[in-house]
Design a protein around this ligand. Structure first.
Ligand SMILES: NC(=O)c1ccc[n+]([C@@H]2O[C@H](COP(=O)([O-])OP(=O)(O)OC[C@H]3O[C@@H](n4cnc5c(N)ncnc54)[C@H](O)[C@@H]3O)[C@@H](O)[C@H]2O)c1
Length: 458
């Protein structure tokens, strides 16, 4: 099949597959929230959770233009003070996010808390009529996903999940090349995010004044089991599965989101993980080395393929983090900053000789074999296309984080729900990586229905 036709069919079937089989189909640009914000009005937003990423998100949201940062909530007083120091005294600050939700002058909230609070604050914010930008992973547990999607649909508000890399120029280029059929039929993906340093392994600095009087420990616990105050749990929450989602929810989610964005796949069906705690034996209850295999079924829009995801927080060797999508005619290897497409097409003729059984045949048989081969494979079937390489480097000014927010705010202005990473897309990425955790902790293969977004019995 020629590649134009293949692309045409792929696009056609992509649309019809979504329309026909997907009850949670992406509402491409469906205008639901008719209360548009005039292009001249600034969108007034608040950030809930002003830790490390809270600042990164707030700054990216401001860089996207036409926005105003008016309020912040956080459970630790030092972080509320820091908001005033960085953004000005006029920013309203509170320990209680509900004080933000009740304000009618706030259009949108950024949910940048630890993972175990994502679903609660997102649902409360939508119910309060706010547009929501929620950090990845969208939910802490698989069983929380569909209720967030329902709340979003009911609200008619715009939502974006925060895996901002998919708004980079390099990821867009990977998608363009893949969708153009440049690597043939996909069969394998590998993607990794290794590190070897204490901060990279989530051992963030703990302030000297951390105590139950400077922060709200009981609220932090939320739906997690009650435990005595422990500043490590508060400031290094990723190390505990009561609040975080381990390397899978924290980092695999970026990797899988990229692959889902490029391929338009709905997700895997079988998921298996193996891992260990190798180096960071500091009381954490999540592994620091994890490898997962995710099996994607054949669909109308792609062939079946295997995906291997890896995080190694104790990689003292060479670290080369990237994603490689491999197909029958080439490979796309990419990061947020650059991409390399390698095209390689085999000739029709298989060849003979060299490390081959041909040399073991008698002279008479070799002559007969050659005669038949020449008749079967004329000259023009014997030449391989030369290996082609195409490089892409993202422009210096490319700002994926800003672009991800711009997409969110532009959709709010249009009264549209069609963000690049809406909750349906967000959950289809989050659920399989949360299933990677289930596989590791429960030592079993997890079966997932990527269309209905439900766990299946094995
Ligand atoms: N998209 C990305 O690249 C990226 C990068 C880093 C973190 N994240 C995500 O951002 C989120 C926050 O991560 P972080 O590194 O900033 O953590 P952090 O610990 O630095 O900050 C979290 C903040 O949330 C506050 N908080 C906790 N519960 C709260 C509640 N109920 N109400 C108000 N505030 C509350 C805490 O006081 C803390 O200051 C996580 O979901 C994480 O996965 C995303």
């Amino acid at each position: 099949m020629n590649s134009n036709r293949r692309v045409f069919l792929r696009n056609l079937t992509a649309v019809s597959a979504l329309a026909a089989t997907d009850s949670f189909a992406k509402p491409f640009n469906i205008i639901r929230d008719l209360k548009k914000i005039s292009p001249n009005d600034k969108i007034r937003f608040a950030t809930i959770g002003m830790g490390i990423q809270g600042h990164q998100d707030t700054k990216a949201a401001l860089r996207s233009g036409g926005t105003e940062f008016v309020a912040a909530a956080d459970l630790y007083d030092g972080r509320l003070q820091r908001v005033k120091e960085v953004y000005g005294n006029e920013v309203f600050t509170t320990r209680d996010y509900r004080n933000i939700l009740e304000r009618k002058d706030i259009d949108a909230v950024l949910v940048v808390t630890p993972d175990h609070w994502h679903d609660h604050i997102t649902k409360a914010s939508l119910a309060a009529g706010k547009h929501v930008y929620c950090e990845k992973p969208m939910v802490h547990h698989i069983n929380e996903g569909l209720s967030v999607i329902e709340a979003w649909k009911k609200s008619g508000k715009t939502m974006q999940i925060g895996s901002q890399r998919i708004s980079s120029a390099s990821f867009r280029e990977a998608k363009r090349l893949f969708q153009a059929g440049d690597i043939g039929d996909i069969n394998y993906v590998e993607s990794n995010n290794d590190r070897f340093n204490a901060i990279g392994a989530w051992n963030y600095s703990i302030p000297t004044d951390a105590s139950v009087s400077t922060l709200d420990w009981d609220t932090f616990l939320g739906d997690a089991p009650k435990t005595a105050f422990d500043s490590k749990r508060f400031f290094r929450w990723r190390n505990y599965k009561d609040y975080g989602t381990g390397v899978a929810g924290d980092l695999f989610v970026h990797l899988i989101t990229g692959v889902h964005f490029v391929t338009n796949t709905l997700g895997p069906e079988r998921i298996f993980s193996s891992g260990q705690l190798s180096y960071w034996k500091d009381g954490r209850d999540v592994p620091d080395v994890m490898v997962s295999i995710l099996e994607y079924p054949k669909t109308d829009i792609h062939s079946n393929f295997q995906m291997v995801l890896r995080v190694n927080f104790a990689n003292a060797g060479a670290i080369a983090n990237n994603t490689r999508i491999i197909g029958t005619e080439g490979q796309i290897e990419f990061t947020e900053n650059n991409l390399l497409l390698t095209r390689k097409k085999l000739p029709k003729a298989p060849g003979y000789g060299g490390y081959d059984s041909y040399n073991t045949f008698s002279e008479k048989e070799q002559a007969e074999f050659k005669k038949q081969y020449d008749a079967q494979f004329p000259e023009d079937t014997r030449k391989a296309e030369p290996v082609k390489e195409v490089k892409f480097t993202a422009p210096k000014e490319d700002d994926a984080h800003m672009a991800h927010f711009k997409d969110f705010f532009d959709n709010i202005r249009k009264g549209s729900l069609g963000t690049v990473e809406d909750p349906v897309f967000g959950f289809r990425a989050a659920a399989p990586v949360l299933a990677c955790n289930s596989s590791y902790f429960e030592n079993k293969v997890i079966h997932w229905d990527p269309v209905k977004m439900k766990l299946k019995k094995g």
